[in-house]
Design a protein around this ligand. Structure first.
Ligand SMILES: Nc1ncnc2c1ncn2[C@@H]1O[C@H](COP(=O)(O)OP(=O)(O)OP(=O)(O)O)[C@@H](O)[C@H]1O
Length: 596
């Protein structure tokens, strides 16, 4: 019930449209029942009049039939257009709502969800909510009002007939389907879960295919896939049976209503309270009334699955809203209440990088556009443990990086160097310690402002399916081709891109699969260079490059920093001589600080 109320609350923006669509559906329903009843009455009355050799006014019923036929068509058209439009808009906005809710989930929190399962929640589960709005709420309202109107009209002729119709409508449209839905709820829930599992297994299978083949594990993977597929089919069959049962009950009740109407109306005919044409009209109206509840069995039967989808959607939305373990959930709002919004100082440059030699092309490009803001970083006592991890990934770490400084972070594998990036950029909240950016406590900044301080080339480059131009413009949508080529040149990738037949328009495939590891890395570096942020963070940018290429890349990057700070995370020796200091993460052997 709570889930249903939350779903109804979410539909509030489209409530007006859904009400209008329901009104159109009501008009179509009433017109249809009236059309059936009046047609039956008219044909019978004409037959009786013809047999008796009497004349009758057929203009009025013929006009009514035409009117009801037009109203039915218009009503159905309007109902389809309005409710579908409203529902699709609602689902689209719900998708954005959910995306905005999960966006602040830090990468480690999102890593707990399988990507296929996340996709299923964002797509299939959300789409399934359409059933609630389109096939349940609106039809239920129409059935209640339309059924009440019909029963009230029938009661003018015969109270028992009205009661019988009401009882059968209730049984076929509500009680029966609810009972069937209750019986089939476990299967409905299983269907949703199995669909999601199959989705996740499909993604895993496709993404991990090369490894499966390499290790000869494809049979085991396919067996798991097959098991989910069979479980899904079993759940679908059970649901199909339950649906057939509810539909059969509906048809049985409609037939009973027809026969009940005849049985109850015959005595009225005998007493002269109604004539033969009225009897046919009442019987057909009773039968036609079942259109009001025709869609409810299917909708109610799917309710278990819909509620399961809603539960899955709210589970992930609530996970994003609840505080991260040991810290607060990342802020989605702009500055917190009462806090002054972060205003980065205008960038004035750094003496070390202001020499004409050091002032590269990137600097002039950045000055021509927005120019970086200054952002001194001061971090102290940073400690973070990943959810479920037995020990902190980073413990009591401190760092000071003045605007324009270049610092290398070194340390052994797994000592928390990449975790430091997540903590600085606010993608995870520290369990302990503080970060200040531009003299402002980082916790007071909204996510966008905070992330705006950094341009990051992560250890695992996140490249979308698209062209090289598309990948680069993710960092700066306004960057022209000249700027893209400058960034590629600094990242030592321009010659390789220029040699491609399509150049910047070369398609790099899903996750940059058509690129080598080193090329993907350098593309990610070029992308970070394009972002006009005051702090550049490069996580193992030289991985996969030989010593000379690694040195050349870092020399070019440093020459084109244009006053930006550089945080270089590295295992290697390349570029260390260009740094102002080398900081070892606790636990690692500290290298003596070096000056450029
Ligand atoms: N999402 C995660 N969930 C749980 N533990 C994680 C997660 N990401 C990293 N870790 C763990 O945290 C520790 C620090 O990881 P991190 O990637 O920060 O190390 P690193 O110093 O960058 O390693 P490398 O030198 O291999 O790049 C490691 O022990 C790692 O296994």
């Amino acid at each position: 019930m709570r889930l249903m109320l939350r779903l109804l609350t979410l539909s509030r923006p489209a409530a007006g449209w859904l009400a209008l669509g329901s009104l159109a559906a009501l008009v179509a329903l009433v017109a249809n029942v009236a059309l059936l009843a009046v047609s039956g009455w008219f044909v019978t009355a004409m037959g009786v009049a013809g047999t008796a050799g009497r004349s009758m006014n057929y203009f009025t019923p013929a006009s009514l039939i035409r009117l009801f036929a037009i109203l039915r068509t218009l009503g159905r058209y309007a109902e389809r257009v309005i409710t579908h439009e409203a529902t699709f808009r609602l689902i689209a906005s719900l998708r954005v709502w959910l995306f905005q809710r999960i966006e602040p989930l830090s990468p480690p929190a999102l890593a707990a969800w399988r990507s296929g399962d996340l996709g299923a929640r964002l797509r299939t589960d959300l789409d399934r909510l359409e059933t609630v709005y389109l096939r349940l709420i609106s039809p239920l309202a129409v059935a209640l009002v339309g059924g009440a109107v019909l029963v009230a009209w029938l009661s003018r002729y015969s109270a028992p007939l009205a009661w019988l119709e009401a009882a059968l409508l209730l049984l076929a449209g509500l009680l029966g389907p609810l009972a069937v839905a209750r019986l089939s709820a476990p299967a409905a829930r299983r269907q949703v879960t199995e669909e999601a599992l199959l989705n996740a297994a499909t993604v895993d299978l496709v993404q991990g295919m090369p490894d499966c083949l390499a290790f000869g594990a494809e049979a085991a993977q396919l067996a798991a896939f097959d098991a989910h597929s069979r479980a899904l089919v079993r759940a679908q069959v059970q649901n199909g049976r339950a649906g057939a049962l509810a539909q059969s009950l509906l048809m049985l009740c409609a037939a009973l209503a027809l026969w009940g109407a005849i049985v109850l109306a015959v005595p009225l005919l005998r007493t002269g309270a109604i004539d033969g044409a009225d009897l046919v009209m009442l019987a057909l109206a009773c039968l036609g009334g079942f259109e009001a509840v025709a869609s409810l069995p299917g909708a109610l039967q799917g309710l278990g699955g819909v509620l399961e989808s809603a539960r899955r959607i709210f589970a992930i939305a609530d996970a994003a809203a609840s505080p991260a373990p040991g810290g607060t959930a990342r802020s989605r709002s702009s500055a917190k209440e009462g806090m002054a919004p972060f205003k980065p100082r205008a960038f004035e440059g750094d003496a070390r990088s202001q020499s004409p030699a050091a002032e590269g092309e990137a600097q002039s490009a950045l000055r021509a556009t927005r120019g970086p803001a200054a952002c001194d970083i001061a971090a102290s006592g940073l400690t973070y443990t990943y959810p479920g991890a037995p020990a902190p990934a980073l413990r009591d770490f401190g760092l000071t990086l003045r605007q324009g400084q270049r610092i290398a972070i070194t340390g052994p594998i797994g000592c928390g160097k990449s975790t430091l990036i997540l903590l600085l950029t606010g993608l995870v909240a520290p369990d302990g310690g503080n970060v200040s950016l531009g003299g402002c406590p980082a916790g007071d900044l909204d996510g966008e402002t905070r992330r705006g301080c950094f341009a990051v080339a992560p250890q695992e480059p996140g490249l979308f399916s698209g062209t090289i131009r598309y990948a680069l413009r993710l960092a700066d949508r306004e960057a022209d081709d000249a700027a893209l080529w400058r960034a590629l040149r600094t990242a030592q990738l321009d010659q390789e891109v220029a040699a491609l037949p399509d150049g910047l328009d070369t398609w790099i495939g899903e996750a940059g699969l058509t690129l080598s590891g080193g090329q993907a890395k350098r593309l990610s570096v070029a992308r970070a260079l394009l972002r006009p942020a005051p702090v550049l963070i490069l996580d193992e940018p030289t991985e996969g490059l030989d010593a000379a290429a690694a040195e050349a890349l870092l020399q070019a990057v440093v020459a084109n920093l244009a006053g930006r700070s550089l945080l270089l995370i590295t295992h290697g020796k390349a570029g260390l001589a260009l740094m102002d200091a080398v900081v070892a993460v606790p636990g690692a052997q500290a290298s003596p600080p070096q000056t450029a």
